[in-house]
Design a protein around this ligand. Structure first.
Ligand code: ARG
Length: 268
């Protein structure tokens, strides 16, 4: 009798371990949880599809941070708007997608410490008379919907201005420009600088406007998930300290990151 009881208890424990589905949608196996990470992989060099694999700075970065925090990850390309929904309804544990930390996003999501410095810039055809943000007035501007590129453009042209075309991803916005359906694209500097450099045949220039605010990227978690935030914040700081962050940055951006400014930002 005793034997049977012990046996069934063991079985129960084993079943629990095997099923091991956290209520946050993550799965547990062999003690290490696998977190589901979602992204919009149309934002090279931050995240993009390399054949059928999600690749880029953010992907190397989140893999390194997760490893440091003791998690496995499964990264999936779901698109920009969907990634926010997935994290909100807890179908995903983490969203990483060059997401700028903004007060209104902080109302719905918990952000990690800042891990990347960015600003919006303007991509224009060579010879364009657009030399600054205010020159966008009266021009057709293509942006990715729901990004700070859209918000910066709206600040200049006004909300609901018909000259602003909003696309589901930034690749489509840039295509609109290269096929002359738009006069400019506003998006994060790393992305448009890389595009202009890698596509010299498209003859594009990048215009900088010093009045565009500096932005910081953060990783998003479900609102209030203090445990994941703590683990990842610690892991991110370790990557800053041990040279891993700089290595990943060099690999994808080809320059040295300003880790001091990032760390300074944590004190605010
Ligand atoms: N940093 C900008 C924002 O947060 C744009 C990010 C777009 N990211 C992407 N993977 N498409 O609004």
């Amino acid at each position: 009798m005793k034997k049977i009881m012990i046996y069934s208890m063991l079985c129960g424990a084993l079943l629990l371990l095997l099923a091991g589905c956290g209520k946050d949608g993550s799965t547990e196996g062999g003690g290490q949880k696998t977190l589901r990470v979602v992204t919009d992989a149309a934002y090279s060099p931050m995240e993009f599809m390399d054949k059928d694999k999600v690749s880029g700075f953010d992907i190397d970065f989140i893999r390194a941070a997760a490893k440091e925090a003791g998690y496995k990850v499964k990264v999936e390309h779901v698109g920009w708007d969907p990634l926010f929904v997935e994290v909100k309804v807890k179908r995903a544990d983490i969203g990483i997608s060059a997401i700028s930390i903004k007060p209104d996003r902080e109302k719905s999501y918990t952000f990690s410490v800042p891990y990347f410095i960015s600003t919006n810039k303007i991509l224009v055809p060579e010879g364009s008379d657009i030399k600054s943000g205010k020159d966008l007035k009266g021009k057709r501007v293509a942006v990715q919907a729901g990004t700070t590129g859209q918000f910066v453009t709206e600040d200049i042209l006004g909300k609901n201005n018909k000259n602003i075309s909003k696309f589901e991803n930034t690749t489509l916005a840039i295509m609109e420009l290269t096929k002359k359906g738009a006069d400019a694209v506003v998006a994060d500097n790393a992305v448009i600088e890389e595009y202009a450099k890698k596509n010299p045949d498209k003859k594009l220039n990048v215009v900088e406007d010093p009045s565009f605010a500096g932005e910081y990227y953060g990783v998003i978690f479900e609102k209030g998930n203090k445990k994941l935030k703590k683990k990842f914040d610690e892991a991110i700081n370790t990557l800053f300290e041990n040279g891993t962050y700089e290595k990943i940055y060099q690999k994808w951006l080809g320059s040295t990151p300003d880790i001091e400014t990032l760390k300074e930002q944590q004190k605010k």
